[in-house]
Design a protein around this ligand. Structure first.
Ligand code: CLF
Ligand code: SF4
Length: 474
């Protein structure tokens, strides 16, 4: 098996086999746009970080899952934004993060309101950032109502990535999600509000696709409201040229003070979410690695370093070392080449019995490698291996790590086991005797045998070994 450790100094020609080349199902110009974007490329999220700045607090619609005291639920898990920033403060914060986080490749504006309704602040922030940080990608999240009015500026500013939250294409369903919108100086309610919002979302999507902007569609899965409907949303946005579809679970809690929270509307279970995602397969390509990050998130997806970069902690003078950022990107290209070689080894098992499946939880810090200790893992990446190959299913967040202050926490161990109870194997860089025994007793095979190896080839090898060890008709 190819190991990630010995990075060759020269590497092979990128066009022949390295990951600088686009994947087979993607045009090179599209790959050039997404290859460093951690949300638009599942592969990139192993290597690159995003940050949001909360500069746009105003919104032009009301969603039943939103309370404006909290982050925009379009793109964020509910939780108060630590700081609302002016465009100048936001730009300063971006520079400070870029100076110390070389992985930073994308700046997104995703709430706590609507980035396009609050356009002056969004634009002022982006203008200030690109002046000093030309290698950053710009990204916007919007409810879509104001989108058609801003497409020309979006294109002119090289904003290649726009997310539209589309929860319905049927206004009857929309009326259950949006009590009102504010459009052309008027407040509209009920069916009329939902119809106008729907028309504007579709128009904005069409206009962006026509101009070559990559559109991701986020849909909030609301059980009993739009769960059965989201497959129609998926098919419609595919037809219109959306690049990705991200079906994300409603987060609902009375403590958040939202209409849904206060009226008992629950969010979906992990199984219900997976069922809808699986039903959508075959249409618009699904994003499965979303972490529902905050509107002021900083860092790799799944980590939030926002508290390291609050205004009071920003240095007086900020200097970005561009050679360090460039060196990081070169290093990633080398890692990608190696990972691409490794993926070539991931072949479907020719003798796999139909239906034989291996579900694997992986502890990783990034780089596509099994490199995290079990006790330090903040999340697991879940993969499924079958006769067709190895597929990424999604990330599961660990609320409290097993190892805290050097000691193992019994109560968190049982929660972690419950989190991955459907997995056959757990792969990590290191695991102690006690958690190992408890995982084994729960029917999950823990292993650190593949420590510091690439994820997918390790799972493929494990699957092949299991297939060889088990009689075909077992
Ligand atoms: Fe931010 Fe959204 Fe841009 Fe990413 S997040 S504006 S596309 S840079 Fe990403 Fe976060 Fe999921 Fe959003 S993981 S919530 S999809
Ligand atoms: Fe809240 Fe975002 Fe909906 Fe506006 S678009 S109401 S900020 S969730």
């Amino acid at each position: 098996m190819i190991s990630p450790n010995p990075i060759p100094s020269g590497g092979c020609s990128a066009s022949a086999c390295g990951s600088s080349a686009a994947p087979e199902d993607m045009a090179p110009e599209v790959w050039a746009k997404v290859k460093n974007h951690p949300c638009y490329s599942e592969e990139a999220h192993h290597y690159f970080a995003r940050m949001h700045v909360a500069v746009a607090p105003a919104c032009n619609i009301q969603c039943n899952y939103c309370n404006r005291k909290y982050d925009c639920a379009n793109e964020s898990r509910p939780g108060v934004v630590s700081e609302r920033l002016t465009p100048e403060q936001g730009a300063r914060k971006v520079l400070a993060v870029a100076a110390s986080v070389p992985q930073l490749s994308v700046l997104g504006i995703a709430g706590p309101g609507d980035a396009l309704y609050d356009w002056k602040k969004t634009k002022a922030t982006f203008d200030a950032v690109v002046k000093d940080l030309p290698d950053i990608k710009l990204c916007i999240s919007t409810n879509g109502l104001a989108l058609p009015d801003h497409v020309d500026e979006i294109v002119a500013m090289n904003i290649d990535h726009v997310t539209i939250t589309i929860n319905m294409i049927d206004p009857e369903i929309g009326a259950k999600i949006y009590p009102w919108i504010f459009f052309r100086h008027k407040r509209l309610t009920g069916l009329e509000a939902a119809r106008v919002l729907h028309e504007r979302q579709m128009l904005g999507l069409d206009m962006l696709v026509a101009r070559g902007v990559l559109v991701k569609v986020n849909s909030v899965l609301i059980p009993g409201v739009n769960d059965a409907h989201l497959i129609e949303v998926n098919r419609e946005v595919k037809k219109r040229g959306a690049f990705l579809h991200n079906v994300m679970p409603l987060i609902s809690d009375p403590a958040h003070g939202t209409h849904f929270g206060l009226t008992g509307q629950r969010g979906p279970t992990a199984e219900e979410l997976k069922k809808v995602q699986d039903a959508c397969e075959g249409g618009a390509k699904l994003m499965r690695h979303c972490r529902q990050c905050r509107a002021d998130a900083v860092g790799m997806l799944g980590e939030d370093r926002g508290q390291e970069f609050t205004l009071d902690k920003l240095p007086e003078t900020i200097e970005v070392d561009f050679s360090r950022r460039e060196a990081y990107r070169r290093q990633i290209e080398a890692k990608r080449e190696l990972a691409a070689f490794a993926r070539m080894e991931v072949k479907p098992a020719a003798d796999a019995k139909p239906g034989r499946v291996l579900t694997v939880a992986v502890a990783t810090k990034g780089d596509n490698v099994i490199n995290q200790h079990f006790g330090h893992a903040k999340e697991f990446l879940i993969y499924r291996a079958d006769g067709a190959g190895v597929k990424f299913l999604g990330a599961r967040k660990i609320e409290d790590q097993y190892c805290q202050g050097g000691l193992g926490e019994e109560s968190s161990l049982s929660r972690i086991i419950a989190l991955i109870k459907d997995c056959d194997v757990m792969l990590c860089a290191k695991i102690g005797g006690c958690p190992k025994a408890e995982l084994t007793a729960a029917g999950i095979e823990p292993s650190d045998d593949c420590a510091h190896e690439f994820i997918a080839p390790s799972i493929a090898a494990l699957y092949a070994k299991r297939s060889a060890d088990t009689p075909a008709d077992a």
